[in-house]
Design a protein around this ligand. Structure first.
Ligand code: SF4
Ligand code: SF4
Length: 62
């Protein structure tokens, strides 16, 4: 699954438009990925101008 580093993201909206499953949305001015929808295509990772999204190989352990 992909996650976004909101410390880096400049909220350009590019990844929101290009995500094929509409998993990315803006919540309280922060870009957020719905990990239940994400299909790991990595398009957001490729299109982001500041490399804010990254892919986690597995869910973080509690
Ligand atoms: S990896 Fe693909 S499916 Fe997942 S949020 Fe990024 S663009 Fe959307
Ligand atoms: S493409 Fe990058 S900078 Fe733009 S909204 Fe997505 S994560 Fe943020």
């Amino acid at each position: 699954m992909a996650v976004i580093n909101n410390d880096i993201c400049v909220a350009c909206g590019g990844c929101i438009e290009l995500c094929p499953v509409a998993a990315i949305r803006m919540i309280d001015d922060k870009v957020n990925i719905n990990i239940e929808k994400c299909v790991d295509c990595k398009i957001c990772v490729k299109v982001c101008p500041v490399n804010a999204p990254y892919v986690l190989e597995e869910a973080p352990k509690e």
